[in-house]
Design a protein around this ligand. Structure first.
Ligand code: PLP
Length: 419
């Protein structure tokens, strides 16, 4: 599907007068419409709730917008719990799906009443020791082996560090029940960034069957099934986006086939989507500042991997639009680079694009999730601002750009001497 930026060249030029490049910008209208579509797709399930994966886009303004659309948050660290709590998410509106968790984080999650999702059976002792055993507990399941949809291998849970084995989750349920847990949840995350309407329905089938078995084997009350994240977005223009209505219907079908006949028709469906909720509704906007003609043609931009790490880290494709040149022929082949002293600091390699002139504004697509959030400070590079395009077309800054003072802020005492 053709990728169109949600801002025009004129709009970008107007924004840049106030907020210099590079910056991330998010599209409020797109975020809200998409969140409503997800809700609609699962409206057949009375207790449905999306817990937005905070790690994807940890910005309070974004969290509040999603909160207004009925979402909770999914956290895996103290800072994410704190941000959710400060943004007004309360108690069971927060899911704590952590792993390798320090005691202090269970303590805090317990204090704010978040739903705790246990990654490991040894966490039961930790829970007892730190915040006590709550009435509702979720456990994360890892079926091991390979995870396939029909004949395609999607991912390799047997190699993943997450979750409990089949035997462990049964043992955990029995133990937690004896410790007073009244309501149980089951969680699993088996494949990342799936562009297939079959992922959630297949996963749901596995978890629904497990729920029926565990109820029979242990007698526990299963209140919810958490399908977690993994519903992806098409980063490349040749792929079709997921059809969330078809996905919701696929899960509905499995629900009616497996849970309803087992007398479990009141089970609530939860999701913890990050990428699907935000990725397409964020752009990294950057300016061409250098051209270099050596063995290849290079365009240097004012953003770098510090602003968007996915290409350097995973070789991920992010589509690029040169604003104002949408209809020009892509008759040039460029590497689009940042300024890090790292040769993998390239947003695109051998990309067919229109001729780029210095000062041209480039939109890097699908950076709304796992974009700004993965940023770091290598080479002393500073993180950019985050902006929000409101529904009325106005633009507000929802996080300012870092300054050198921020960069040196942890050098207590030393920075004053350097100044
Ligand atoms: C990362 C993560 C998510 C979100 O994943 P997406 O691929 O962004 O949908 C959800 N739940 C857990 C536990 C995660 O670690």
């Amino acid at each position: 599907m053709e990728k169109k930026p949600f801002i025009t060249k004129e709009k970008a030029e107007e924004i840049i007068k106030k907020y210099p490049t590079p910056f991330h910008i998010y599209d409020e209208k797109g975020i809200r419409e998409n969140a409503r579509k997800l809700k609609q797709a699962f409206s057949w399930n009375k207790g449905f709730k999306e817990y937005f994966a905070v790690k994807a886009t940890p910005n309070p303004t974004i969290l509040k917008i999603l909160g207004e659309e009925g979402c909770g948050t999914d956290c895996s660290s103290y800072s994410e719990l704190l941000m959710s709590n400060k943004c007004g998410f309360k108690g069971d509106e927060i899911m704590f799906s952590s792993n390798d968790t320090p005691d202090s984080e269970f303590e805090f999650a317990g204090k704010i009443g978040a739903i705790i999702n246990l990654d490991d059976i040894t966490h039961i002792d930790m829970l007892e020791r730190t915040c006590g055993i709550p009435e509702t507990v979720c456990c994360r399941f890892n079926p091991g082996g390979k995870f396939s949809i029909s004949t395609t291998i999607m991912d390799n849970p047997g190699d993943a560090k997450y979750g409990m084995t089949r035997e462990q989750i049964k043992e955990a349920f029995i133990r937690l029940k004896s410790l007073g847990v009244k309501e149980f949840g089951i969680h699993s995350f088996l494949a990342s960034n799936t562009v297939s309407n079959e992922y959630y329905p297949t996963l749901a089938g596995i978890l629904f069957k497990l729920a029926v078995e565990l109820k029979e084997e242990t007698g526990v009350n299963i209140g919810f099934i958490n399908l977690s994240g993994g519903v992806g977005v098409p980063y490349t223009p040749d792929k079709e986006p997921n059809d969330i209505m078809a996905i919701g219907e696929g899960v509905h079908k499995a629900f009616d086939e497996i849970l309803v006949p087992a007398g479990m028709g009141d089970v609530r469906i939860y999701t913890e989507l990050g990428r699907f909720m935000l990725a397409p509704f964020g752009h990294l906007v950057t300016k061409a500042i250098h051209e270099k003609h050596i063995y290849k043609e290079y365009i240097g931009v004012d953003a770098c991997a510090v602003n968007l790490m996915r290409p350097a880290m995973y070789g991920a494709y992010h589509h690029i639009t040169v604003l104002g040149k949408e209809n020009e022929p892509c008759d040039q082949i460029y590497d689009i680079t940042g300024s890090l002293c790292e040769n993998n600091d390239k947003f695109a390699i051998d990309r067919h694009l229109p001729k780029i002139d210095m000062g041209d504004i480039l939109v890097i697509h699908d950076t709304g999730a796992h974009g700004f959030a993965m940023g770091y400070n290598y080479n002393g590079k500073l993180k950019s601002a985050e902006l929000l395009l409101r529904e009325d077309g106005s633009v507000v800054e929802i996080r300012r750009a870092e300054t050198v003072d921020d960069y040196f802020a942890t050098l207590d005492g030393y920075w004053d001497v350097l100044k």
